[in-house]
Design a protein around this ligand. Structure first.
Ligand code: PEP
Ligand code: CO
Length: 450
């Protein structure tokens, strides 16, 4: 650790550390050419937005607002189309509406969007019918189809990834800036399916209550309360592919700091959180707010070492710890880490990802997650943080605004046999729009019970 801190940081200083989960390219000259091209392209986000988010995350760390982070496990280039993007924005807006109303707090919305294209894999290869090929690692690296050509790491996809991120973000920004996120027009976020949902009545009641209070406030103040003028939707992705992240890392002279301008809020995945590894080295030098996934194999010493390297100034808002233990482990494992961080006086945000510790395989071989296990971990997270006197600053979900069948359970009671109907994810199973909305309602219901 000391060795790391004393070493001078550069956007490429991670290259002298062990980098896990990086693709192997056959044509290294092509990789250089593509990265040079990306380096010349304009940034996707600005340092002003990134700084603003860091400030807002600090407020979330003090319990003044609540973070809702969500989106696909892996975005796909094929789904960079109108409906899936708008639907993802809609479900996040609907969930945030429910949360704002129920928690009586501002909600900070962060998508796993516009760049969530690189995936860590537990196995380097996949075997089907006696044929072994490299694992699919996300659209920015290779393709999901099971042929040697599709599974080869292709440097051109880095450029395609940058472009698809830009196209996605452009549309999201247009919607948000065009008033789509304005609380006055929740009807714009309407997802067709809510009409047939068991949750419809409850959702409509919440929308009505918000409209009533907006009208009330505006009548009293004589002013229109508008949300539309401000950027309040942020992007995030796992900063896994370090050559790509490096290519979008820029020194901002006015700020005197380096920023990753490919996203507002990058995170380090569970498999690449080694304090001596390349990912931690890269992340320590960027000025963005950053997060680390904290899983069942992280102990207190490792976590404190990460806090020191990644947030040496102990600044609230800089470092978020996204814990993902699984419903059966959280009660035993979370308190130890929260206590250790508290004792060491480390200022962090805690966010619960109740998805990644609750993945299982059905009898027919599909990856799924059960709504009740996800909810159980989430409720345990709220309870534990309350008991420990710390703050759960937000939640992190894998979800989609579409009508997929990847997770079981929820108000519609999806079973293992329903999963075949619309299982689309190439990697982890996501909550569908209805399960995601229900999750937000359950968070709020828990607060109301107290
Ligand atoms: C993910 O967020 O998709 C992921 C791979 O998570 P983790 O690093 O927590 O396993
Ligand atoms: Co995932």
């Amino acid at each position: 650790m000391e060795r790391q801190l004393s070493q001078k940081w550069q956007p490429d200083s991670w290259q002298s550390h062990a980098a896990d989960q990086q693709p192997l390219y056959a044509d290294t000259a092509a990789v250089t050419r593509v990265l040079d091209a990306i380096r010349c392209l304009p940034p996707l986000v600005t340092c002003g937005e990134v700084d603003k988010l860091r400030g807002q995350l600090a407020a979330a760390g003090r319990g003044e607002c609540f973070v809702l982070q969500g989106g696909d496990c892996a975005e796909s280039f094929d789904e960079c189309t109108t409906e899936p993007i708008a639907n993802k924005l809609k479900i996040l807006l609907q969930m945030s509406l429910v949360l704002v109303h129920g928690l009586q707090k501002r909600v900070l919305r962060v998508g796993r969007i516009a760049g969530q294209y690189a995936k860590p894999r537990s196995a380097d290869v996949e075997t089907r019918n006696g044929i072994t090929l490299p694992s699919y690692r996300g659209d920015i690296i290779n393709r999901a189809g099971f042929t040697a050509a599709e599974r080869a790491a292709n440097p051109e996809l880095l450029l395609r990834g940058y472009e698809h991120a830009a196209l996605t973000l452009n549309y999201v920004r247009a919607l948000v800036d065009g008033g789509f996120a304005d609380l006055h027009h929740p009807e714009l976020w309407h997802l067709d399916f809510v009409r047939h949902s068991p949750l419809e009545a409850e959702y409509r009641r919440i929308v009505q209550a918000i409209e009533d209070s907006l009208n009330f406030m505006e009548t009293i103040s004589g002013q229109r309360l508008s949300e539309s003028g401000s950027v309040d939707f942020y992007t995030s992705h796992e900063g896994l592919h370090l050559l790509y992240e490096q290519a979008q890392t820029q020194f901002v002279a006015e700020a005197g700091r380096w920023y990753n301008l490919a996203t507002h809020f990058p995170w380090i995945g569970m498999r690449t959180a080694d304090v001596a590894g390349a990912h931690v080295e890269y992340f320590r030098g960027i000025a963005n707010p950053i997060a680390v996934k904290v899983g069942p194999f992280m102990n207190s010493e490792q976590l404190l070492a990460l806090c020191e390297v990644l947030n040496p100034d102990n600044e609230l808002g800089r470092l978020t710890l996204i814990h993902r233990f699984g419903a059966t482990r959280i009660n035993k494992q979370l308190p130890v880490l929260v206590e250790a961080v508290r004792k060491a006086g480390r200022r962090v945000l805690w966010i619960c990802d109740p998805m990644h510790g609750n993945t299982e395989i059905t009898a027919s071989g599909l990856k799924t997650r059960r709504f009740e296990n996800i909810l159980e971990e989430l409720e345990a997270a709220f309870t534990l943080h309350e008991q420990l006197g710390s703050i759960l600053a937000g939640v992190h979900f894998e979800l989609t605004g579409d009508d997929v069948t990847e997770c079981t359970g929820g108000a519609r009671g999806l079973t293992d046999t329903d999963l075949q109907r619309a299982y689309k994810s190439q990697v982890d199973p996501r909550l569908n729009y209805e399960q995601a909305l229900e999750m937000a309602m359950r968070i709020v219901a828990r607060k109301a019970r107290k």
